[in-house]
Design a protein around this ligand. Structure first.
Ligand code: G6P
Length: 610
């Protein structure tokens, strides 16, 4: 949520900043801005709207200088206007600040500053920070930043510069990610390492309450009291391949990421399926078999699509590992005080590893002394670093705001985890081996499933003008229905509801009419007949039915108006296979509605505020 890029070195800063922002635009895209410095002059450019507006503004009025900071915004305080775009300046136009996060006590601070005669130029919480730093500034930017931050409550990832100290950039974080990069002709600062691929060779992740100081090739890390901190430096090439953040031949990142799934699923499983012991194994769980055996309850906590993956996880852990599982929205869990005994493990599921609520839930669980684990895609992210152990998805960067490949990989990882836990309990080696073989076949099955794209296109053309769509499934496919509905509403703005198919008659069936299609998830399995009855209930009320069903299923075809065929897999793998047509359906309908699929309105890829 919001992107920050900073650079100081021996080349023009603005092209580096604009390219970095381009790679981070999926983090926030309602306005963007940059500021550079030459001598003791600052050059500020900022624009509401997409990054293209800022790029045009910079082309028309270049911002010269070899150091600068920049920002792409997802508005929290104040509308998306030129005025509210970052960077923000203090009253003397000396200090410039870009900020991710929320200054929660901005109102009393603003009041105090106003009483002291400060005039505000924006409605943002960030501007308060610029004035505070300006207030404490007597020629030492690092000291002024430190002092200002002692007054602030909330979360921040910031980059700050002063026209009186050319070349210097100060960064600081509390709750919003910040990474320092060292490389090609200078040093960099970014809210996400993706912005630095191809520029920096090495990166250093800031921890909460740390500051960093950059000047040309020099950089240092400091604690809150400004004492030096020894940094652990990581090689960026380990986790970012060139071209990962490019669309290639695809018109959208979302479509590219949908089509990557055979590969990303294979990556999630690579080296983890163990034929010798008929189980899965993981390098980073940091649990001995004894500790594993002592776990008697799992709490899965997550937000958004990752929450839906967690709901599938509940069915998987119950069935394959016979373990009690609860799934909690992280935003609720962090403020509850549920009784949890010693054998409870808290497992955070997160693509980005930066979601503020999920991080807070993880920290709260840690504070209470529970073992915390994470299923995470982003290497080096805050949650990945703070959890006691975890499993990476290895799905590569997910840029489309609507999560696709991360979801299927999360479910695949949870399937492997359930096998791993199950094999220390009741699951026999024959059962374990069968699941391993079925998992191994999955990437090819998903490749075949992508063949449904033409069917999906035809269905999308028929229903793109619907204003309400229902998604219905049972058991493993109930969370899949929730996820299908979420995909559609996120990117097409069509109202969609996911529901357990049999629960329809307790309320939502009242919505059914000729203009409200229902997407039924009805591949063959234990509850097939039950779902068919639910489908008949909808048909009887005149509702059009789109069925996602097993290839060649004549029984479904006889009832449904449209059928999207998928290959048969065991029930516990159906949420992954069914996800493919659901993602494609949302994508195709959103295109027909003329929506910006990769940058849907009001949303951001990574939500680092509460
Ligand atoms: C945002 C994204 C969703 C995502 C959710 C949780 O809302 O738009 O796609 O599912 O955050 O993100 P996480 O990175 O924790 O999985």
């Amino acid at each position: 949520m919001c992107g920050i890029v900073g650079f100081t070195g021996r080349r023009e800063a603005s092209p580096v900043l604009l390219e970095g922002l381009r790679r981070l635009e999926y983090r926030g895209y309602d306005s963007a801005g940059l500021i550079t410095g030459t001598g003791n002059e600052l050059h500020l450019r900022k624009k509401a709207g997409r990054l293209a507006e800022l790029t045009k503004a910079v082309a028309a009025h270049p911002a010269p200088g070899c150091y600068g900071i920049s920002h792409t915004r997802w508005a929290t305080h104040g509308g998306a206007t030129d005025r509210n775009a970052h960077p923000h300046l203090d009253g003397t136009n000396t200090i410039a600040v870009v900020h991710n996060g929320v200054i929660e006590n901005f109102a009393p601070l603003k009041h105090q500053l106003r009483s002291a005669g400060v005039q505000f130029r924006s409605d943002t919480d960030t501007e308060v920070l610029a004035h505070l730093i300006g207030h404490y500034y007597v020629g030492d930017l690092v000291a002024a930043v430190r002092q200002a931050l002692t007054l602030v409550k909330g979360t921040y990832g910031i980059a700050v510069m002063s026209r009186a100290e050319p070349g210097l950039i100060v960064g600081a974080r509390l709750g919003s990610p910040l990474v320092l990069g060292v490389g090609d002709g200078g040093t960099f600062l970014a809210s996400d390492a993706n912005a630095l691929a191809g520029y920096a060779d090495k990166v250093v992740y800031l921890s909460d309450r740390q500051l960093c100081v950059l000047n040309g090739d020099d950089w240092e890390l400091r604690a809150q009291d400004l004492s030096p901190v020894t940094a652990s430096v990581h090689d960026i090439a380990h986790f970012l391949a060139d071209g990962d953040a490019e669309k290639g031949e695809f018109p959208h990142f979302m479509l590219k990421e949908i089509y990557e799934q055979p590969e990303t699923l294979a990556n999630a499983m690579r080296g983890r399926l163990d034929d010798a012991d008929s189980t899965a194994h993981f390098g980073g769980l940091n649990l001995s078999p004894q500790q594993l055996r002592q776990i008697d309850r799992v709490i899965l906590t997550a937000c958004g699509t990752s929450y839906h993956a967690g709901l599938v996880g509940e069915y998987l852990f119950e069935e394959l590992a016979r373990m009690p599982v609860e799934v909690e929205y992280a935003s609720e869990f962090r403020y509850r005080n549920p009784p949890m005994d010693r054998g409870t493990v808290v497992l955070a599921v997160t693509q980005s590893g930066e979601t503020a609520d999920t991080l807070a839930a993880l920290r709260e669980s840690k504070r209470m002394g529970h073992t915390t684990l994470a299923i995470c895609n982003t290497v080096g992210s805050t949650i990945a670093r703070e959890a006691d152990g975890g499993v990476y998805l290895h799905a590569g960067p997910e840029i489309g705001v609507a999560s696709t490949k991360a979801f299927t990989s999360q479910v695949a990882v949870m399937t492997m985890l359930a096998v791993y836990f199950g094999r220390t309990r009741h699951l026999s080696s024959i059962q374990g081996q069968r699941i391993i073989e079925e998992l191994r076949a999955l990437p090819d099955v998903v490749r075949r499933t992508l063949g449904c794209h033409d069917h999906v296109k035809r269905v999308a053309a028929k229903y793109a003008d619907a204003r309400n769509v229902l998604y219905l499934g049972r058991q493993y496919l109930y969370p899949a229905a929730l996820e299908g509905a979420l995909k559609l509403k996120e990117i097409s703005y069509i109202h969609a509801e996911g529901y357990p198919a049999a629960e329809m008659k307790h309320g939502p069936i009242a919505l059914v009419d000729e203009s409200t299609p229902s997407v039924f998830l009805v591949p063959r399995g234990n509850v097939f007949d039950k779902v068919m009855s639910n489908m008949q209930e909808i048909k009887a009320r005149g509702g059009p039915v789109i069925a996602i069903a097993s290839e060649g299923d004549a029984e479904v075809a006889a009832v449904a108006d449209d059928v999207i065929p998928i290959p048969d897999v065991p029930e516990y793998l159906q949420p992954i296979v069914v996800a493919i047509p659901l993602q494609l359906l949302a994508y195709e309908i959103a295109l027909l509605c003329g929506c910006d699929v990769d940058k849907p309105r009001n949303l951001a890829k990574s939500v680092t505020v509460e």
